[in-house]
Design a protein around this ligand. Structure first.
Ligand SMILES: Nc1ncnc2c1ncn2[C@@H]1O[C@H](COP(=O)(O)OP(=O)(O)OP(=O)(O)O)[C@@H](O)[C@H]1O
Ligand SMILES: [Mg+2]
Length: 244
């Protein structure tokens, strides 16, 4: 589904790589949680997968398509929610979503039904005709999620998607992520919310200073720690502790 092989990325003349020799593979049906301290390289990795940044070395493929050479085929397959979704705020949400459907070539007759269906799911249907500039932060986050879903991608990539969501919306999003993976589609998301990762993910990867320091199921990480009852939060804090 997604294969990342020996990927390294440096920004500008920086001496240190933001992502260093990263390899991981996402299998169909998986919800993969990407964890790591601030500045670890999560967003950089995500931007390379979705084609917003180019890696310096290594390869990334999505459904076998190279992210550097087959950009359109890659983008067609991906629904992406950035860490700070940006919109044309003068548009209404409905106009904006119609525009997104146009870009992704969603068949005309399917557009409105899909927009309304996803907007309803996130309680945005009553404000679809409002200008996006009038939306609250959480409403914009939900619109970003709906934007990523309307073209029915094969792969959902979310960068800290829970930020700003109220409890019900966060619950719905978790439900949607779960449903999305049924039938073999996959989700890759970054989060700082360990409880969400612990409960939702089939596997988690932990990145630190640009390098992947762990990549496994929560239970395998527990076993490896020698203590079967540590929470993911406790494991994460232990693994990423730099004070020793
Ligand atoms: N546009 C940029 N120009 C230069 N350096 C950058 C840029 N974006 C990120 N970096 C650097 O790359 C490293 C990784 O940043 P990245 O945004 O990928 O971290 P992150 O894991 O997403 O962190 P956070 O949890 O805070 O979102 C950091 O050292 C950061 O300072
Ligand atoms: Mg980030």
């Amino acid at each position: 589904m997604v294969t990342i092989q020996s990927v390294t990325k440096k920004y500008g003349n920086s001496a240190k790589a933001a992502v260093e020799n990263l390899s991981l593979a996402l299998v169909p049906g998986e919800i993969f949680g990407f964890l790591g301290p601030n500045g670890a390289g999560k967003s950089t990795t995500i931007k390379m997968i979705v084609g917003l940044l180019s890696q310096d070395t290594g390869t990334i493929t999505v459904d076998g398509h190279d992210t550097l050479n087959e950009t359109v085929l890659v983008k067609q397959r991906i629904g992406y929610v950035p860490d700070e979704p940006l919109f044309y705020e003068k548009m209404t949400a409905n106009e904006y979503l119609q525009f997104i459907c146009e870009i992704y070539r969603v068949p005309n007759e399917a557009r409105q039904e899909r927009i309304v269906r996803w907007a309803k799911r996130f309680s945005l249907h009553g404000v679809l005709d409002d200008q996006i500039s009038s939306y609250s932060r959480g409403m914009k986050q939900k619109l970003g999620i709906v934007t990523a879903l309307v073209h029915e991608p094969r792969l959902l990539i979310l960068d800290e998607p829970m930020v700003g969501l109220d409890p019900k919306s966060a619950f719905i999003l978790k439900e949607v992520m779960h449903e999305f993976c049924e039938g073999g589609r996959s989700v890759f998301f970054s989060t700082h919310v360990m409880e969400v990762a612990e409960r939702l993910c089939t596997r988690v990867g932990i990145i630190m200073n640009g390098s992947l320091i762990a990549c496994d199921t929560f239970h395998a990480l527990q076993e490896r720690s020698g203590s079967g009852d540590l929470s993911l939060e406790q494991l994460f804090l232990e693994m990423t502790d730099e004070t020793e």
